[in-house]
Write a protein that binds this ligand. Structure first.
Ligand SMILES: NC(=O)c1ccc[n+]([C@@H]2O[C@H](COP(=O)([O-])OP(=O)(O)OC[C@H]3O[C@@H](n4cnc5c(N)ncnc54)[C@H](OP(=O)(O)O)[C@@H]3O)[C@@H](O)[C@H]2O)c1
Length: 430
């Protein structure tokens, strides 16, 4: 058997401790699969005395993780700390500069600095691997870079944030509102104390930007992702969605269009017949449309110790086998700049909910505004009658541009008889 692959782990939290457990528990099968063993030789975290549920006795301890990455006996550095900049970035840059392979689970880092780190890694002929950064345990990067390598990819989309999927599922199943379910998710450990990265769509946007880069052979372009979270989704919207034959999901969708690359993260109404509509709770799913393979879908746990560490170890196995693939599927120097398609030009169908005063003539005013903006209606639902009081009116609208839709809603929102800002959710035909 060849020399062991020697690994240094920076960060011993949920993912770092999980990696050590897998390397311990599955050492034999991993050795067989790699033709060599994978050995942890050094570790670093902030608090040396913290019990992490795994023994660290056999590993050299470093208070400063950036010192660890220059050690001669280290082949691979695992960056499992987190954050788009600071120590995580410094550590990866230094590791690569010193000729070490880098494996990270850090989507924020790859979304912001992936192209530069990938280029540096190529110069040094080392791996930059980040399977765990997108959809946790789902091997989607490997699937796209290798399994689907024969295909041109025009669209990739998915449920990329388990916290949001859990919240939307629980709202529908229990009839509760967003804030209430978020609080419960925090108590269960599914949501962070500061949930904004998850519920405002930023985490999903990080992952989408990475998927788009691999799919379309372009530099990672996080800044061009149009992001909208789930805070404004109400139980009423979820009920209407069911009635209309849809489920509400926070999707990240990247499409290569004639106008450029469209990247968007927002709540969507997806038909109940779509496979992704059935992906519930904390599960993630990614759908890739290839020109020869057609549509493929991958589902699994997007976070948590076991699934995330599973993806990190898979990257280690590739390195141990000598299977080095360019970070984004093609040499980084060949990645094109991403030309963003403007969201204003996006075409699609829309769901709109209005709270209007129940009195004659209101609907005629709304219909006139739709007509003035060339927006055509597919269906309307008005529930209940309470003359003079506020009632919800739900419209579904045929394909139109985002610009026309926003202008229409702005005008409708100014009507005296419309009592709340209109709520809009995009309908995806998928
Ligand atoms: N958790 C998941 O389900 C999941 C899923 C996908 C991706 N990820 C990504 O995986 C990465 C790690 O996440 P995690 O959940 O494992 O985080 P975590 O539990 O908060 O662990 C972070 C670790 O980093 C250590 N650390 C912080 N600052 C450090 C420094 N300056 N030097 C050395 N170590 C330092 C901490 O040390 P102490 O323990 O001593 O404080 C801790 O062990 C993040 O990029 C995250 O986005 C996580």
């Amino acid at each position: 058997m060849s020399e062991p692959l020697k690994v240094a782990i920076a960060g011993l939290g949920t993912v770092g401790a999980g990696v050590i457990k897998i390397l311990n528990d599955n050492a034999d099968v991993l050795s067989k699969r790699c033709g060599r063993s994978i050995q942890v030789v050094a570790v670093s975290a902030r608090n040396r005395n913290q019990d992490r549920g795994v023994s660290l006795d056999d590993f050299a301890w470093y208070d400063d993780a950036t010192e660890m990455v220059v050690a001669k006996d280290v082949d691979v550095v695992l960056e499992l700390i987190g954050g788009s900049d600071g120590i995580a970035k410094a550590l990866c840059e230094k590791a690569i500069a010193n000729g070490k392979h880098v494996v990270t689970a850090n989507k924020a880092l790859i979304a912001h600095h992936g192209s530069a780190l990938g280029a540096a890694a190529e110069t040094k002929n080392v791996a930059l691997s980040y399977e765990a950064a997108v959809a946790g345990g789902i091997p989607i990067i490997k699937a796209m870079r290798e399994g689907l390598a024969a295909n041109g990819i025009k669209r990739v989309y998915g449920i990329l944030n388990g916290t949001c999927n859990y919240i939307l599922t629980a709202m529908r199943e229990t009839g509760r509102e967003f804030e209430d379910v978020l609080k419960e998710a925090q108590e269960l450990g599914y949501a962070e104390a500061d949930p904004s990265f998850d519920v405002d769509g930023v985490d999903a946007a990080h992952k989408l930007a990475i998927l788009a880069s691999v799919a379309f052979g372009r530099k990672v372009d996080f800044d061009s992702v149009n992001v909208e979270g789930i805070r404004h989704v109400s139980f009423q919207d979820i009920q209407f969605a069911t009635e209309l034959g849809y489920r509400i999901k926070l999707l990240g969708i990247a499409t290569e269009t004639a106008n450029g690359i469209e990247q968007r993260v927002h709540p969507c109404m997806v038909p109940l017949s779509a496979s992704i509509a059935a992906v519930e709770d904390v599960f993630n799913a990614v759908v890739v449309d290839g020109d020869f393979v057609d549509t493929t879908m991958y589902e699994g746990r997007g976070a948590g110790e076991g699934p995330t560490a599973s993806a990190v170890v898979a990257d280690l196995v590739d390195i141990a086998r000598g299977n080095l693939v360019p970070a984004f599927g093609i040499p980084t120097s060949d990645l094109m700049d991403s030309v963003p398609a403007s969201m204003a030009g996006h075409r699609g169908a829309y769901y709109v909910r209005l709270m209007v005063v129940d009195k004659p003539g209101v609907f005629a005013e709304i219909a006139t505004i739709l007509q003035d903006n060339s927006v055509s209606m597919e269906s309307v639902i008005q529930r209940g009658r309470s003359p003079g009081e506020a009632v919800p009116v739900v419209l579904t609208l045929h394909d139109t541009t985002e610009a026309a839709m926003l202008k229409t809603l702005e005008t409708i929102g100014q009507l005296q008889t419309v009592l709340e800002p209109p709520r809009m959710i995009r309908i995806e035909s998928l």
